[in-house]
Design a binder for this molecule. Structure first.
Ligand code: F6P
Length: 363
């Protein structure tokens, strides 16, 4: 069957590179396959609330370098558990029937869903339970999606975090201070580990290796003995001390949104000051990591992923996610990706590099 019309949505947290994906999908669909593209607004919210608009070549113009997503996004609109207020109480309703009806009314042959684990798990469930065809494109600054070596957005966030660490170095050196920087990443340490290595952190704390404060402080003290009166500690928001738990800023009732992490940086900073007496400052990088223009790497990845997703749709493939394996673009079943998280493995080359270079991991 010839695919005539596809829907395109971006779900979950925004990141640099989403517009580059949108551009590649529109251009490939229109230029090479004579398909029509319908943009769904604000992720699955647009499918539940019937908000969409046609996308043409003009929409794809001038957006390659622009951060965010022109379609809007949402991480609180799971159609299988859609939040609504009833009698002053928040309840979650199954609105997947509405989604199926809207997809049919729009005459969409397939959806291209750009998102992280939440968005792609829903795409898979919509296929299994409602027969809605979709192809997923992996994006998240956390880089924690199963089945792909890298996600769109990670390289840009890494660049922001690296630049921030470079800047913190100057104050650390000038004031002889310990500077702690908390970076995002949810329950995976990819961003902290990579930024710690590229920014020259002295200690890197990640969720995959619960840390001991004695071991963290030993690094600072050894550096002082060698005449280095400053240190940089890079902490993943999901890192936690041995025997403890991740620091949760806010628990959420929503079935799509995860608990918001944060606060471990402040805690580590206080402990370093208390245990070593060294003056310490803490920076939480926050949503700066999700903003700005995508790096050339992310622009290229977004372009390759966007094109490949349309090619798969055109071939009649369904329920798959495009993926990067080494330097090649491939695809994997969405069912293999859904509900799984890719954490930094203990035998990661990045961890081995940190150890070889004498970077403290709090072990
Ligand atoms: O998944 C991307 C991410 O930025 C995480 O690194 C972070 O924990 C979370 O989203 C923050 O979510 P929100 O934008 O809802 O505060």
């Amino acid at each position: 069957m010839k695919v005539r019309r596809i829907g395109l949505l971006t779900g979950g947290g925004d990141c640099p590179g989403l517009n580059a994906v949108i551009r590649a999908v529109i251009k490939t669909a229109l230029n090479e396959h004579d398909m029509e593209v319908v943009g769904i607004e604000d992720g699955y919210e647009g499918l539940v609330l019937r908000r969409s608009r046609p996308l043409g070549l003009d929409d794809a113009s001038g957006i390659l370098t622009v951060g965010g997503t022109l379609l809007g996004t949402s991480n609180r609109s799971n159609p299988f558990g859609y939040p609504v207020e009833r009698g002053g109480k928040l309840v979650f309703e199954d609105r997947s029937d509405d989604v199926a009806a809207y997809v049919q009314d729009l005459k969409l042959d397939a959806l291209v869903c750009v998102g992280g684990d939440g968005t792609l798990s829903i795409a898979h469930k919509l296929f299994v339970e409602r027969g809605i065809h979709s192809i997923g494109i992996p994006k998240t600054i956390d880089n924690d999606l199963y089945g792909t070596d890298q996600t769109v957005g990670f390289d840009s966030a890494l660049t922001t975090a690296t630049e921030a660490i470079d800047k913190l170095h100057t104050t650390a050196q000038s004031h002889h201070r310990v500077m702690v920087i908390e970076v995002m990443g949810r329950n995976a340490g990819w961003l902290a580990l990579a930024a710690g290595l590229t920014g020259g952190g002295d200690v890197i704390l990640i969720p995959e290796i619960p840390f001991k404060m004695e071991s963290v402080c030993k690094v600072m003290e050894e550096r002082v003995r060698r005449g280095k009166r400053f240190s940089i500690i890079v902490v993943a928001e999901g890192a936690y001390p041995e025997g403890g738990e991740p620091f949760v800023k806010r628990r959420v009732a929503d079935s799509m949104e995860s608990a918001r992490l944060g606060g471990v940086g402040e805690w580590v900073g206080r402990e370093v000051e208390r245990m070593t007496g060294m003056e310490t400052r803490v920076t939480t990088l926050g949503h700066l990591q999700r903003g700005g223009t995508p790096t050339p790497f992310d622009r290229l990845l977004a372009t390759r992923f966007g094109r490949e997703a349309v090619k798969l749709v055109a071939k009649g493939e369904v329920d798959r996610m495009v993926a990067l394996r080494g330097t090649e673009i491939t695809s994997v079943p969405l069912g293999e990706v859904a509900g799984r998280q890719r954490k930094v493995p203990p035998d990661s080359h990045w961890i081995a590099c940190a150890r070889s270079l004498g970077v403290g991991l709090g072990e």
